[in-house]
Design a protein around this ligand. Structure first.
Ligand SMILES: *Cc1c(COP(=O)(O)O)cnc(C)c1O
Ligand SMILES: [Zn+2]
Length: 396
């Protein structure tokens, strides 16, 4: 049983990542109306530092919501949970050995509800939407976010409307419809779906939970950063390799590290180098990183088997890039062929049937070792963000 102490959340307010304007976290907000930039969630970390104990959190019942003081929901009855979070951090002994790495790990996100880490973000977003009295949610999605939204919306008794490209993996269409969501298949990619969803949202009063167009999905995904810190005994690994579409997890984990530092919970100040992995057929972050740009150009003709990476321009592109620069990280594009090979290797050598997006992080790791960007004794975490089982119609 979850024992909720007096203060459920130290939620303070929302802040624009561009102009710094403050918005109430107790009213419905999307993004900054002045700058069209994402809003980040602030907490009263000074108070939390005094009253919240990291070791007490460690002893709680497993799951994302054991971090509720640092999550945006004020009343525990609004937490919509399906058991997300606290995924395994597994060593990869065989792959590690063949690559000459002594400390290689995978964060195994495929065990989340709905088979991907999107569950974390949607659990947080739907919970906060419930708290704010929202009843109709809409999303454009490359697949897994739609499936996750459908499940959490069902659980929260909300109406769900989903726009998906028509070549989205069948599992995502089926899982959304079975949970009662209406699914509209779009002749195009996620940016086309986003345009249509945005228009319907404005016209018919749906709340748009697109990546970074509401502040709370990132709050769910940031918990991956807390879990990593805890698993490494309140230090952080040297390198994090993350498959980047919208960048929620990358930006979220960086925010988590910042918060942990302010809470005084980290044993040292050393931050990981963050690596953004994209597919060669859709690599706007890599292209921008190589030009040292602060924003991405829209990627034309995005094409890759890793549907979660088929994002031609993230709404938070400047935040992703800022995190890469600040962490001394890098960005790297891998081919669909190398993704498929890495997927087979992970399954054969370690028994993990990864989503193509997850496999992409292993493909990138190999490239970074070749470039000597990673040293043999560094602690490296790759991310398997979803289950390979959701992509069977694209597999043989
Ligand atoms: C959405 C998705 C990604 C990309 O995640 P972001 O945090 O939006 O960058 C990666 N892998 C899978 C399986 C996904 O569904
Ligand atoms: Zn602003």
């Amino acid at each position: 049983m979850l024992i909720i102490p007096e203060k459920v959340s130290y939620l303070a307010n929302l802040q624009c990542t561009d102009c710094g304007s403050i918005y109430s976290a107790d009213k419905v907000h999307t993004f900054c109306p002045d700058c069209q930039s994402p809003l980040l969630v602030n907490y009263d970390l000074n108070a939390a530092r005094q009253h919240v104990d990291r070791d007490e959190i460690h002893r709680r019942q497993k799951g994302m919501w054991r971090w509720h003081e640092l999550l945006p929901v004020r009343e525990s009855q609004n937490m919509v949970t399906l058991g997300e979070g606290d995924t395994a951090l597994l060593r990869l002994p065989h792959v590690g050995k063949s690559l000459g790495l002594t400390h290689l790990f995978v964060k195994e996100e495929s065990s989340n509800p709905t088979g991907s880490f999107k569950a974390r973000g949607l659990s947080a977003a739907i919970s906060k939407a419930k708290e704010l009295g929202i009843q109709k949610v809409i999303i454009p999605t490359a697949g897994n976010a739609g499936g996750a939204m459908a499940a959490y919306a069902a659980r929260a008794n909300m109406q769900a409307l989903i726009y998906m490209p028509k070549d989205t993996p069948n599992a995502n269409i089926v899982e959304s419809r079975i949970a009662g969501a209406e699914v509209i298949l779009v002749d195009g990619i996620i940016s086309d779906a986003a345009g249509m969803a945005g228009e319907t949202a404005r016209k018919d009063g749906w709340f748009d939970v697109s990546t970074f167009k509401e502040p709370y999905r990132m709050e769910g995904k940031k918990v991956m950063g807390y879990e990593l810190a805890e698993a490494f005994n309140w230090e952080l690994p040297d390198v994090i390799i993350y498959p980047t579409g919208g960048g929620t997890g990358l930006v979220g984990m960086w925010k988590a590290f910042e918060e942990l530092e302010q809470l005084g919970w980290l044993n040292n100040a050393k931050r990981p180098r963050m690596v953004s992995v994209q597919a060669e057929g859709c690599a706007p972050v890599v292209q921008a990183f190589e030009k040292k740009a602060t924003f991405c150009d829209f990627w034309v003709n995005a094409k890759t088997i890793a549907s979660g990476l088929r994002v031609p321009k993230s709404f938070a592109d400047h935040l992703i890039l800022a995190n890469l620069y600040e962490s001394n990280g890098t960005a790297i594009a891998v081919s669909d062929t190398s993704i498929t090979e890495a997927q087979k290797e992970l399954a054969k050598a370690e028994g993990i049937f990864a989503a193509p997006e997850g496999a992409a992080t292993l493909a990138a790791l190999k490239e970074l070792i070749k470039q000597k960007w990673i040293q043999p004794d560094e602690r490296v975490v790759i991310f398997n963000t979803g289950s390979g089982l959701k992509y069977l119609d694209q597999q043989n």
